[in-house]
Ligand binder design. Structure first.
Ligand code: ADP
Length: 346
């Protein structure tokens, strides 16, 4: 827990406790006052009865042994009432101390629980900022050091200069891809997208058309069978983008001449779109993390050979979730992966 959040929890706990104590003290005062009033009333009633003892016809002017007894009784009765009042006061004070201690512990626990999700979001945000700046710094640092070395070369040839510029261009492309990825991620996070009728078949067709050149370049066949009538509500352009991400990954992480199958199924409430490849697969230990921003699994074609920033699935997940759907993955190393988008039906 960081310092700021620890301080906030303590402040919140203090506020909870202050409210609790204010209520408790308010009722304690009321209880004490009512009890005192009641004692005084009872004492007054009994006093009237007792004062009549020893007096023919009653009255305060009585004398003799009975009146002594009466005076003693009244004195004793006053002492008892004072004692009872003090006891009530002590009990109330003890109850308040108990509430203060147990309320303090409970308040801190409640404050921690209230702030836990905020703390997690805060940590995730910090992690994200650190990862993003690391990813941004790496190509810039590479470009800078290479350019410096090239510039320091007194016998720099035109060919070497061209190679350097070419390398800079590649790093710039990476930076462009990264900033675009970050922008898309931000755009789809809790986005308020247009809600129009969509046809799943059309979404898939558009996505396949977009990745077709890359698939053909790697001799990968994409087969798709999406029945008509699978309708939902949402933004067709962003859903197409989510399907493109899944297809792109299937192409990137599959061997040449393999096959990618796109299929769909539906029940009364939901429809599912499945993108299945015959690629490298993802280890079961890594599967839970692949939707996290900047996470890249250590598969055969991943990291070393395939360029990426680990943002694609996070973007796809955001898009699916703003449509009220879920994105899940199943995978077997060496056999392939299947990604499923489940969306509510219109
Ligand atoms: P990127 O592809 O840029 O690394 P993604 O967020 O799209 O980022 O994917 C995260 C990781 O999940 C990838 O690095 C890869 O290891 C794994 N992955 C995603 N899709 C597949 C797939 N179809 N087959 C195997 N691994 C995959």
């Amino acid at each position: 827990m960081n310092i700021t959040l620890h301080k906030t929890s303590t402040k919140l706990a203090a506020l909870y406790l202050a409210i609790m104590m204010a209520i408790s003290l308010f009722f304690s005062v009321i209880v004490y006052r009512l009890s005192a009033q009641e004692f005084n009333r009872v004492r007054g009633d009994q006093g009237l009865v007792v004062r009549g003892i020893g007096v023919p016809g009653g009255g305060p002017s009585a004398v003799g042994p009975l009146s002594d007894l009466r005076d003693q009784f009244i004195e004793r009765q006053d002492a008892v009432y004072e004692e009872v009042k003090t006891k009530v006061l002590i009990h109330l004070a003890a109850t308040n101390v108990l509430i203060l201690i147990s309320g303090g512990v409970a308040s801190y626990y409640l404050a921690r629980r209230t702030l836990q999700p905020i703390e997690e979001a805060h940590e995730a945000q910090n992690r994200f900022t650190a990862d993003a700046s690391h990813e941004l710094r790496t190509p810039i640092a590479a470009m800078r050091s290479e350019t410096e070395v090239t510039l320091m070369n007194p016998k720099l040839t035109l060919g070497q200069a061209k190679t350097q510029l070419q390398s800079n261009l590649e790093e710039m492309d990476k930076l462009t891809a990264l900033s675009e990825g970050l922008l898309r991620l931000a755009r789809f996070e809790h986005a308020d997208l247009p809600k129009k009728p969509i046809e799943l078949r059309q979404v898939v067709q558009d996505a396949i058309n977009r990745v077709m050149p890359t698939a053909e370049a790697r001799n990968i066949l994409i087969t798709g069978e999406i029945p008509d009538g699978m309708k939902g509500i949402g933004d067709a352009a962003s859903l197409t983008e989510a399907v493109v991400i899944l297809l792109d990954n299937a192409i990137k992480y599959s061997p040449e001449k393999s096959e990618i199958a796109v299929s769909a199924a539906a029940n009364q409430k939901a429809m599912s779109l499945i993108v299945k490849d015959q690629g490298a697969g993802i280890k079961a230990t890594e599967l839970p993390y692949i939707f996290e921003r900047f996470y890249r699994a250590d598969t055969a074609r991943s990291k070393q050979q395939v360029h990426g920033y680990g943002l694609g699935l996070a973007i796809a997940k955001n898009i699916v979730e703003v449509h009220g759907g879920v994105l899940t993955a199943k995978s077997t190393v060496g056999k392939g992966s299947a990604f499923t988008i489940t969306l509510p039906k219109a």
